[in-house]
Ligand binder design. Structure first.
Ligand code: NAD
Length: 296
């Protein structure tokens, strides 16, 4: 599979497109918004510079990657040669369903469809794809090239050969595949991370220990580069809030609601969004937990 269409070119879609182009794929990038498409084009030029500076790749390699990227405002044109699509439209079920109905109407029969949805499972919109046997999740993390796992997860109706082909494809894209043999909300990484972060938040917001002590405990005990509160800064306070609120609503647990509200009043309302805004639990670019004395 050499031709990939990346559908939705926001934060994650633009990264997936670059990663695929850099690894030799022909990439068609589509977005419903011409502004988003323009922004993706600019980001790709920035990624080219970043790759040269940070990862010491040659200018020629990045130039070739840029040449393999094409941008489309028309969905049918974007997918006309696609062996595989990677969809990164917003995480809203109705938007996904509506999008797949439109994609199903214009994509060639051979095309495999993959979704990058983080919180939904493929069976929630497999019928709308019109080809459930060729539909599954290929889930990336942010930034795609550093957290370079690709979680591959089908639903009960996904063909085994299609699943295997996508696992192989992720390797060709420079990713480490993480095959999941059953549908699992949160895949592997978020199934681990979510209860971990929630346990840390309970300890801190219930006044059991302060967040630096909790991070330090984790880092000394496991050798990890950061603890749960450093990870929350990386994930970002808005996402933390959304996830905690969702859980509070699902469980009706008043403690969960309190934790979510604390994130809002103590962080979001003050513009402390995490690493992205320069401050969350820690201040960036030199957070306290990177100081060697932190572990004393
Ligand atoms: P984003 O808001 O940055 O990008 C979404 C893009 O989709 C926008 O450019 C928007 O213009 C476009 N769009 C909206 N409706 C569309 C349509 N009908 N057709 C085509 N394009 C449309 O969002 P994001 O953070 O890139 O997330 C997109 C998907 O990727 C979600 O499913 C999310 O769960 C998943 N994801 C995100 C992250 C992350 O860290 N941001 C990580 C892994 C997976």
């Amino acid at each position: 599979m050499k031709n990939i269409a990346v559908l939705g070119a926001g934060v994650l879609g633009s990264q997936v497109a670059w990663q695929a182009a850099f690894h030799g794929m022909n990439v068609s990038v589509y977005d419903i918004s011409p502004e988003a498409l323009q922004k993706a084009r600019e980001k790709h030029r920035e990624f080219a510079v970043l790759f040269q500076e940070k990862y010491h790749v040659t200018e020629e390699e990045t130039k070739n990657a840029l040449k393999r990227l094409r941008y489309f405002e028309n969905l049918a044109e974007a997918v006309q040669d696609a062996d595989i699509t990677s969809e990164s439209v917003p995480e809203v079920l109705e938007i996904k369903k509506d999008f797949y109905r439109k994609l199903a109407a214009v994509a060639p029969e051979k095309t495999i469809f993959t979704t990058n949805s983080s919180t939904m499972i493929p069976s929630m919109f497999s019928q709308e794809t019109g080809r459930p046997e060729k539909f599954l999740a290929m889930h990336f993390a942010n930034p795609v090239w550093e957290a370079n796992i690709a979680e591959v997860m089908g639903h009960a109706g996904t063909q085994k050969a299609v699943f295997d082909a996508v696992v192989d494809f992720t390797r060709e894209m420079g990713m480490v595949p993480v095959p999941l043999y059953k549908e699992q909300p949160g895949y592997v990484i978020n199934s681990l991370l979510s209860p971990f972060l929630s346990a840390a938040a309970n300890l801190y917001f219930n006044g059991v220990a302060d967040y630096k002590t909790i991070d330090k405990t984790w880092m000394i005990s496991t050798g990890a580069r950061s603890g749960p509160f450093g990870i929350m800064d990386l994930v970002g306070m808005q996402t933390m809030y959304n996830v905690m609120m969702l859980k509070a609503k699902q469980t009706g647990n008043p403690d969960a609601l309190k934790r979510a509200e604390a994130i809002k009043t103590q962080f979001i309302d003050k513009g402390k969004m995490g690493i992205a805004s320069g401050e969350g639990f820690y201040r960036y670019p030199n957070p306290a937990y990177k100081d060697p004395d932190f572990l004393k």
